[in-house]
Ligand binder design. Structure first.
Ligand SMILES: [Zn+2]
Length: 853
C-alpha cells in the first residue's frame, strides 16, 4: 500500500465536495436548521493559526450537524472595511479596494486548502456597494425611529492625522500612529441609541444560557447599571454665567456626610465659563484636554485639580461649605460631569484629598471595628459596614443608608433617586475613506436631509488620494458636492463613514438571504436565526457582541425581523501559543530559525546559542509564529486540524508544538494503514455477537456514544482521545477468524465516520478504500446501539467498616445475594474480618459493597 499523500488526497476531496455542492445550505428544507458561524475575518492577506483554530472548531460542529440530519448553514465572508487598507494605501500607493480584493483572494484560497465545509455561494464582502447599501437603508430607518441622532460630542482628536481616534488608539495621551499629543475636541458625530436598550440588553443576558459566564459578566459590567442619586449642591454665591448650583450623580449617597469637596470635569460648562476669565484655570483645562477621553487614561493619571475659589453648600448640613475644584479625573460623559468627593471611601477621592490637604471623614465603619480606633490614611475603605458620623443615619447598613439618603434629599428638595448606566451611546462617525458612507446631505436651507432610498447606495468615489492628511472624502474635489434632495439647491454630503462595527452587526443576517434586494427577508431571518453556535475570540466580548445584540433589536423596532437575540450559543476559543526564542543579543527568532541541540537550542544559521523563553500567544513582534501554510504543505490540513482539536479544550489556550503535530500526523497515517489492511471481512458482513470480536463491536458502539457526546459538549480534545482508544482496540484484536475480520471492518468503518468531522479528507479517502462510493460529507452519523454500550460486567469496590479493601467483578445488575457472596469470598475481606461475623452488609448496586463488623 502507498504511503499516505496528504496534498494529493486533500486536493482531490476538496474538488469533489465543491462539484457535488455538499455544503450548500438548502432553501425550503423540511430538515431542522442549524446555523453555525465563526466570526468573519478582516482580510489582512494571510490566515494565521488563530484562524485555523477558530474555523476548525466551527467546521467540526458544521460537519457533525450535517451528518446528524440538520440543514446546516455554515458561511464565510470578509469584514472588509477598515484602517489597515487605508494605511496600505498611504504606505504603498495601492487603492484600498484593490488591496482588499487581492487579500480576500489569497485568504479564500488558503481557507479552501483547509477543507472547511463552507457554503461559498453565500460569501460576502462588506466593502461592496451591494452589501453596504442595505446598511445605509437601515440607518435611515433608525433615523426615522429616533434610534440614530447627531450631536456634539467630545472626541480624541489627532492634530497631525486630522482625525478622531478611538480610546484604544490613544497611547499615553498620544496618537498611536502620529505620536502627537491628543486633544479633546467637540465635534458633531452620529450616534446610535444603544442606551435606549440598556435595561433590555442587561435583563436578557440571563437568558443567554449557552454563552460563557465570563462574557456575560463582561457585558453586564460594560452596561454597568448603577442605582444612586442625583444631588443638587447650591453655590454659596452665584458663579460665572449666573450659575447657582452643581448637579452631581453619585452611587454612594450614603456617604454624603463624608463629603469634603466637589470636583467638576475640565469640560463641564461651569469649568469652561471659569476658564474664560481665569487664565490659570484655562491653562489647567488645556492640560486636562491632553489626557484624552478614555476611562483607562483617566484612571492611571495622577489625580490633579484646580481650586476655583467657589464653594457650595452641603445639601444636608446647614453650616458646611465645600470647595469646588476642576479635576482631571472627572469625565463629562459619565453621570453629570461632577462628583462630590468622599475621600474616606473612594480611592481616587482620597488620593486627591491627600494631595490638596482636604479633610478625610470616615462615615462607614467596618463590622467589628471600634469607631474611635478607625482611621483612613492611604487606603480608602470601600467595604460594607455601619454608618457613623452621619447624624440620624448612624447604625444603618450601607444599603439602608442609601435609601435614607435618597428620602432625605427628596424631602429637602435637594436631589432624587436615579439609575444610571456606564453604557454610552455608540458613536458611529469615522473621518475615514474606507468605510460605508453615511447617507445624509447637509443643505444650508433645509439642514440635514436623508438621502432618499431610491438614491441608495451612496457609493464611495474610486479616485481618491491619500497624500494630504485628513479624510480623503473631504479632500476629494467633487464627491461631496451634490444637490439637496428636498429643495434641489446646492448641498454637501456627509463625509464621515460608519465605524466598521456597523457592518459586523448584521452580516449574519445577510448570509441567511444573500441575494435579497432589501438585505434579507423576514422569512429567511425567521428560518435561520438565531445563530445556533457562534464561535470567536473573547476580545469581542463587549463591542461586537453587544453591538450585534443592540442592532438586532433596532432592526426589530424598524420592522425588519422578529428577534431579540442574534446568537443563541457562543463559544470563545483560547489562543494559540508557542515558545519564544531569542539569540544572545536579545533578537527574537522564528521557530524555523532554531533547532534543538540536546537540552539546548541553537541558531540554525550561525550555530550560536539560543535562549528558549516563555510560551506565549503567537505574535509577529516576538516571532513565535508558525505559518499555517507551511504546516499544511508539510503535513496536510487534516494534521493541522486534528492537532488543533486534540491539544486542549477549545476555550483554553493551546501550545503549538512540533512534537504535537508529528503525533497527529503519525496517527492519521496509522488510521490510513488500518483502512487498507487486508484482514477485513467483506463490506456488509454481519457483526459478531460473542467472544473477543464482540467486545470490539461493543467498544465501537461505546466510541460512537462518547464521541457524539463530546462533540455536542465541545470536548473535542476528548473526542480525539476516544479515536485513539478505538484505534487501539482495533489493533489489539489479534484474532484472524472470520468473526474478528467482521468486527474489524465494523470498527474501522465506524472510526472513519467518527473521524470525518475532524480530519475530513483522510476520512473520505479511507471510506473509499473501504469500498464505498458514497461521500462521508453527505452521509449520516453512526448510531450507537444502547444495548451494546453497557459493559456486561462491573468492577465493584468492597469496603470493610467503610475502608476500601478489595474490588470484585460482578455481572451488571447482579442481585444482592450474588454481591454478598462475592464480597465474603474475597481473600482480603476474609483477612480483615479476622473470623468475626459481619453485623450487616450494605450494597449499592453496581457501585459498592460495605461489610460492617
Ligand atoms: Zn435643501
Amino acid at each position: 500500500m502507498d504511503q499516505y499523500n496528504a496534498s494529493a488526497v486533500e486536493a482531490k476531496w476538496q474538488e469533489r465536495w465543491e462539484t457535488d455542492k455538499c455544503f450548500v445550505a438548502e432553501t425550503g428544507s423540511e430538515k431542522p436548521k442549524y446555523y453555525v458561524l465563526e466570526m468573519f475575518p478582516y482580510p489582512s492577506g494571510r490566515i494565521h493559526m488563530g484562524h485555523v483554530r477558530n474555523y476548525t472548531l466551527g467546521d467540526v460542529v458544521a460537519r457533525y450537524r450535517r451528518a446528524r440530519g440538520y440543514n446546516v448553514l455554515h458561511p464565510m465572508g470578509w469584514d472588509a472595511f477598515g484602517l489597515p487598507a487605508e494605511n496600505a494605501a498611504m504606505e504603498r500607493g495601492v487603492h484600498p479596494g484593490d488591496w482588499t480584493t487581492e487579500n480576500i483572494g489569497a485568504m479564500r484560497s488558503q481557507l479552501r486548502g483547509m477543507g472547511l465545509s463552507y457554503d461559498w455561494d453565500r460569501e460576502l464582502a462588506t466593502c461592496t456597494p451591494d452589501y453596504y447599501r442595505h446598511e445605509q437603508r437601515m440607518f435611515l430607518k433608525f433615523l426615522e425611529k429616533g434610534l440614530a441622532y447627531r450631536k456634539e460630542s467630545w472626541v480624541n482628536w489627532d492634530p497631525v492625522e486630522n482625525t478622531v481616534l478611538a480610546n484604544e488608539q490613544v497611547v499615553d495621551g498620544c496618537g498611536w500612529r502620529s505620536g502627537a499629543p491628543v486633544e479633546r475636541r467637540l465635534l458633531s458625530q452620529w450616534f446610535l441609541k444603544i442606551t435606549e436598550f440598556a435595561d433590555e440588553l442587561l435583563g436578557a443576558i440571563e437568558g443567554l444560557e449557552r454563552w460563557p459566564d465570563r462574557v456575560r459578566l463582561m457585558q453586564q459590567n460594560w452596561i454597568g447599571r448603577s442605582e444612586g442619586a442625583r444631588v443638587r449642591f447650591a453655590l454659596s454665591a452665584p458663579g460665572p454665567d449666573a450659575t447657582d448650583g452643581i448637579d452631581v450623580f453619585t452611587t454612594r449617597p450614603d456617604t454624603l456626610f463624608g463629603a469634603s469637596f466637589l470636583a467638576i470635569a475640565a469640560n463641564h460648562p461651569l469649568a469652561v465659563a471659569i476658564g474664560r476669565d481665569d487664565s490659570a484655570a484655562a491653562d489647567f483645562i488645556a492640560e486636562c484636554a491632553k489626557l484624552g477621553t478614555s476611562e483607562a487614561a483617566v484612571e492611571t493619571a495622577e489625580k490633579r485639580g484646580y481650586d476655583t475659589g467657589l464653594t457650595v453648600q452641603h445639601p444636608l448640613l446647614g453650616d458646611c461649605q465645600l470647595p469646588v475644584y476642576i479635576a482631571n479625573f472627572v469625565l463629562m460623559d459619565y453621570g453629570t460631569g461632577a462628583i462630590f468627593g468622599c475621600p474616606a471611601h473612594d480611592q481616587r477621592d482620597l488620593d486627591f484629598a491627600n494631595t490638596y490637604g482636604l479633610p478625610v471623614i470616615p462615615v462607614v465603619l467596618p463590622d467589628d471595628v471600634a469607631a474611635d480606633s478607625f482611621t483612613v490614611t492611604d487606603t480608602a475603605y470601600t467595604g460594607p459596614g455601619r454608618l457613623f458620623n452621619s447624624g440620624e443615619w448612624d447604625g444603618l447598613s450601607v444599603e439602608d443608608g442609601k435609601r435614607a439618603a435618597i428620602r432625605a434629599l427628596e424631602a429637602g428638595d435637594a436631589g432624587t433617586g436615579q439609575t444610571t448606566y456606564r453604557l454610552r451611546d455608540w458613536g458611529v462617525s469615522r473621518q475615514r475613506y474606507w468605510g460605508c458612507p453615511i447617507p445624509i446631505v447637509h443643505c444650508e436651507s433645509c439642514g440635514m436631509v436623508p438621502v432618499p432610498e431610491a438614491d441608495l447606495p451612496v457609493e464611495l468615489p474610486q479616485d481618491v488620494e491619500f497624500d494630504t492628511p485628513g479624510n480623503p472624502l473631504s479632500n476629494h474635489p467633487t464627491w461631496k458636492h451634490t444637490s439637496c434632495p428636498s429643495c434641489g439647491g446646492a448641498a454637501i454630503r456627509e463625509q464621515d463613514t460608519f465605524d466598521t462595527f456597523f457592518e459586523s452587526s448584521w452580516y449574519f443576517l445577510r448570509y441567511a438571504d444573500p441575494d435579497h434586494p432589501e438585505g434579507f427577508s423576514r422569512e429567511a431571518a425567521a428560518y435561520w436565526m438565531p445563530v445556533d453556535q457562534y464561535i470567536g475570540g473573547v476580545e469581542h466580548a463587549v463591542l461586537h457582541l453587544l453591538y450585534s445584540r443592540f442592532f438586532t433589536r433596532a432592526l426589530r423596532e424598524t420592522g425588519y425581523l422578529e428577534l431579540d437575540e442574534p446568537f443563541a450559543g457562543l463559544m470563545t476559543q483560547g489562543m494559540v501559543c508557542h515558545q519564544t526564542f531569542q539569540d544572545q543579543k536579545g533578537k527574537w527568532l522564528f521557530p524555523t530559525e532554531v533547532e534543538r541541540d540536546g537540552d539546548e537550542w541553537r541558531d540554525i544559521e550561525t550555530g550560536g546559542p539560543v535562549i528558549a523563553g516563555r510560551i506565549e500567544k503567537m505574535s509577529k513582534s516576538k516571532r513565535n509564529v508558525i505559518d499555517p501554510e507551511l504546516i499544511i504543505s508539510t503535513y496536510g490540513a487534516d494534521t493541522a486540524r486534528l492537532f488543533m482539536l486534540s491539544d486542549s479544550p477549545p476555550e483554553r489556550d493551546m501550545e503549538w508544538t512540533e512534537a504535537g503535530v508529528e503525533g497527529a500526523s503519525r496517527f492519521l497515517k496509522r488510521l490510513y494503514r488500518l483502512a487498507g489492511s487486508t484482514d477485513l471481512a467483506a463490506k456488509g458482513s454481519a457483526v459478531p455477537t460473542a467472544g473477543a470480536p464482540a467486545d470490539l463491536v461493543r467498544a465501537t458502539h461505546r466510541a460512537i456514544k462518547a464521541i457524539s457526546d463530546d462533540i455536542e459538549a465541545f470536548r473535542f480534545n476528548k473526542a480525539v482521545a476516544q479515536l485513539y482508544t478505538l484505534a487501539n482496540a482495533i489493533s489489539d484484536l489479534q484474532d484472524r477468524s472470520d468473526e474478528a475480520n467482521a468486527a474489524r471492518r465494523f470498527g474501522i468503518e465506524t472510526l472513519t465516520r467518527l473521524l470525518a468531522p475532524m480530519a475530513p479528507h483522510v476520512a473520505e479517502e479511507m471510506w473509499q478504500m473501504l469500498g464505498h462510493d458514497t461521500m462521508l460529507a453527505s452521509s449520516p452519523w453512526p448510531e450507537a446501539d444502547a444495548s451494546l454500550i453497557t459493559e456486561s460486567s462491573v468492577e465493584i469496590g468492597v469496603q470493610v467498616n467503610g475502608k476500601l479493601r478489595d474490588t470484585v467483578s460482578l455481572p451488571r445488575d447482579a442481585d444482592d445475594d450474588e454481591a454478598r457472596a462475592a464480597a465474603l469470598a474475597s481473600a482480603a475481606v476474609i483477612r480483615y474480618l479476622e473470623g468475626q461475623q459481619p453485623k450487616k452488609i450494605i450494597i449499592v448496586k453496581n457501585r459498592i459493597i460495605n461489610v460492617v463488623v
